[in-house]
Ligand binder design. Structure first.
Ligand code: B1M
Length: 218
């Protein structure tokens, strides 16, 4: 297995200690930082997403893989910047106002990062105004919102209406969370819905770039 394959395998195993050394090794071999990102880290994360959707992996394995992805990104980020590699798109992520659940939202953020987005994570209890402000601070291609409670899914509707009135251009908006269904997403005018975090990232990629992530199908 080449060094890029080892990087992907390290993400899948969640080897956050070994991954910086492998990234250094790949860069030392003259492999461009973008290739290390796409063929190493992102390929690994796409496989984690596939295993998660097919119930071969559960939340703990995904969280551990995400730590490795994060460690890899920390090592790689300065080289990406130095080589002028820009993220494909920026995603603003958050759990809606009144809702403090963040485990699913964090998984979505990780999967989006693994799918090539630069992620701005606004955290939990995020108001429509805060989502809009984040979209005005920088060019944002995607807003990804999570809602877990039957009492907070209405916030998704409010944020979508607010963004459509207050932000120009309106980013692609996807929603998800335990209390959300495809029917509800359609009803409130969301562009997309993900029943799980990995599917959310696939839907986001398709909507933003017109393509699927490296190794997944839904
Ligand atoms: Co809360 N809680 N909770 N809770 N909690 C639920 C959601 C509940 C179903 C439990 C129950 O009663 N059976 C229930 C909601 C009932 C309802 O509204 N229908 C509930 C309740 C009632 C409450 C409180 C009101 C309890 C109280 O205080 N009386 C309170 C509300 C606080 C608030 O938010 N204001 C509360 C509090 C909490 C804790 C703080 C204790 C804790 C949250 C800790 C944290 O997140 N840091 C908590 C937890 C842990 C849960 C359960 C047990 C687990 C949630 C979770 O993290 N699941 C949950 C019951 C359950 O789901 N079994 C429950 C794992 C996570 C990976 O799944 O977030 O659904 P999930 O994300 C999934 C998908 O939904 C999807 O991807 C993920 C999987 O890949 N997804 C997206 C999520 N966001 C997405 C976005 C996308 C695409 C996919 O695109 C943008």
């Amino acid at each position: 297995m080449g060094v890029l394959g080892s990087i992907a395998a390290s993400v899948i195993r969640g080897d956050d200690e070994g991954i910086p050394r492998l990234i250094g090794q790949a860069l030392g071999q003259g492999i461009p930082a973008r290739e290390v990102l796409v063929e190493g880290l992102q390929l690994g994360m796409a496989e984690v997403g596939r295993r998660f959707r097919e119930c071969e992996f559960f939340v703990p394995e995904v969280l551990i893989a995400a730590e490795a992805m994060k460690a890899g990104m920390e090592e790689l980020r300065p080289h990406l910047a130095q080589q002028g590699v820009q993220p494909a798109a920026t995603a603003v992520v958050g759990t809606v106002k009144g809702d403090l659940h963040d485990i699913g939202k964090n998984l979505v953020a990780m999967m989006l990062e693994g799918a090539g987005f630069e992620v701005v994570d606004l955290g939990v209890d995020v108001s429509a105004e805060k989502f809009a402000a984040a979209c005005r601070q920088r060019p944002v291609q995607l807003v990804a919102m999570s809602a877990l409670l039957t009492t907070t899914i209405v916030q998704l509707d409010s944020v979508i209406r607010y963004l459509k009135n207050e932000v120009d251009p309106v980013p692609v908006i996807i929603v998800g969370g335990a209390a959300v269904t495809q029917e509800f997403a359609d009803q409130i005018g969301a562009d997309g819905y993900g029943r799980d975090a990995a599917t959310g990232a696939i839907v986001a990629r398709r909507l933003c770039f017109g393509q699927r992530s490296a190794s997944s199908s839904d």
